[in-house]
Write a protein that binds this ligand. Structure first.
Ligand SMILES: Nc1nc2c(ncn2[C@@H]2O[C@H](COP(=O)(O)OP(=O)(O)OP(=O)(O)O)[C@@H](O)[C@H]2O)c(=O)[nH]1
Ligand SMILES: [Mg+2]
Length: 303
């Protein structure tokens, strides 16, 4: 997981641990680092931030005369990454659900993202997370577009005992969502999770459809589910969804399968929105609630 970036940062620590950290050594090491970061799909503007931050950190390191500075350098890298990966605590969602429940209102969460990114799997993971926190959910199948989408969600959700509201293919996705919200409120179910369609191309049609669902359902939260494997594209797509639809949080799925790591470092800087979970496998429990710590561990950096 994230081997590319792990090796990149380990390489930096290795390269300068034995030198005296002169300005020239630092510049050379940072130039090398920049190339490796680009090769591992870190967005260009984020590479600049990493380079500047690390230069500052490295200048402050005093190398012990007979010692090894690699721990200090690893700490400096860790500090830089911690400053770049924005994170929110999932308890924000749990608190909102509790607050809304007191008012007799369902909490609505809309999931958006590109085709195949991991939305449907993630929706079921979140239903499971909320159940562990004592809240049941209704899942709205607002993907009425892709062949097989309704059956996929039904079979996945029903395997874990979650209730799905769906209509027929071609139905209005916003109407399905509204139907689910009404059913939830009638049965006092506290959460409605809306699964939506992706498209191969993130085009205006898709973004317009998401805007409409958002306008009609007035969700408490819009969560963007991105595909870590799509690297630089993941951050760019997230930016587009944020500009057109407006998102509150980001979830990156498939981090367990990502050999590079660039999207994990870039996506919150590009969108300005925090990660709230990361998807780290195909099973329902493979949802990590502390994205920053997960990323630091995968990069073998101190927390
Ligand atoms: N390894 C891994 N695979 C994942 C993860 N999340 C989802 N997947 C897999 O990615 C594939 C696509 O996931 P879906 O949940 O269907 O993605 P989607 O965004 O709903 O796709 P569309 O509905 O076609 O837009 C499935 O095979 C999932 O099992 C994850 O965190 N790790
Ligand atoms: Mg889906």
């Amino acid at each position: 997981m994230l081997e590319g970036l792990r090796k990149t940062f380990a390489g930096l620590a290795e390269r300068i641990k034995t030198t005296s950290l002169s300005e020239k050594d630092i510049d050379e090491a940072i130039s090398q680092l920049e190339l490796h970061l680009a090769a591992n799909d870190v967005a260009l503007e984020v590479i600049d931030k990493i380079a500047n931050s690390l230069k500052n950190e490295l200048r402050q390191i005093k190398v012990p005369r007979f010692g090894n500075s690699s721990d200090l350098i690893r700490e400096a890298i860790s500090k830089t990454i911690q400053g770049l990966v924005l994170e929110s605590n999932p308890s924000e969602i749990v608190e909102r659900v509790r607050e809304n429940q007191r008012k007799g209102k369902a909490t609505v969460i809309l999931f958006v993202g590109p085709n195949g990114g991991g939305k449907t799997t993630t929706v079921v993971k979140i239903a499971n997370y909320l159940r562990k926190n004592g809240f049941s959910s209704v899942i709205a199948c607002s993907d009425t577009f892709r062949a097989g989408a309704i059956e996929q969600l039904r079979s996945l959700a029903e395997r874990y005992g979650f209730w799905v509201v769906s209509q027929h293919y071609g139905a209005d996705p916003a109407a399905v969502a509204v139907d689910a919200i009404r059913s939830a409120e009638a049965r006092r179910i506290p959460v409605v999770l809306i699964d939506t369609a992706g498209r191969t191309e993130v085009d205006e049609g898709l973004l317009e459809e998401m805007r409409k669902i958002k306008r009609v359902t007035r969700p408490d939260f819009v969560i963007y589910v991105g595909d870590a494997l799509s690297g630089n594209v993941a951050a760019e797509q997230a930016r587009k969804f944020n500009e057109y639809v407006g998102i509150d949080y980001v979830i990156l799925a498939k981090l367990d399968a990502d050999a590079k790591g660039g999207s994990a470092i870039s996506i919150t800087q590009i969108t300005g929105k925090p990660l709230i979970f990361v998807g780290v496998g195909q099973e329902v429990d493979d949802l990590d609630t502390s994205p920053r710590s997960w990323i630091l561990r995968a990069l073998s950096l101190p927390a």
